[in-house]
Design a protein around this ligand. Structure first.
Ligand SMILES: [Cu+2]
Length: 117
């Protein structure tokens, strides 16, 4: 019985994990990457440049400290939306994180050409 409960718990846990898709963004050559994630996902930025960078959301929703080489910063996006952010040390560095609902995309119905008559 105990084994069954553990198996069920593991099943529920893995099912829940399907919704969030954690992503890592490498900051390289003074550039961020634009990523799309589902809500609940954790996004981690890692600085691969030899100069410090920061990650600052436009409305100050989140703001990292200065990240030295190989330092990282993470944020969990709970709500769908488009989150624009920049580097406060190099304001020309701008990018965004697109957060979508966890719902699977609606099935695409294609029209089939009529066969024959
Ligand atoms: Cu920077």
């Amino acid at each position: 019985m105990k084994k069954l409960i553990i198996a069920l718990a593991m099943l529920l846990f893995s099912a829940g994990a399907v919704h969030a898709q954690d992503q890592t963004i490498e900051i390289k050559n003074f550039m961020f990457m634009v990523v799309t994630v589902t809500k609940g996902s954790k996004v981690t930025w890692i600085n691969r440049d030899q100069v410090p960078h920061t990650v600052v959301e436009k409305t100050k929703l989140f703001r990292s400290a200065a990240l030295d080489t190989d330092d990282s910063f993470s944020y969990v996006f709970d709500k769908p939306g488009v989150y624009e952010y920049f580097c406060s040390l190099h304001p020309q560095m701008v990018a965004k994180v697109i957060v979508t609902d966890a719902q699977p995309p609606a099935a695409v119905h294609r029209r089939r050409p009529h066969a024959g008559s």
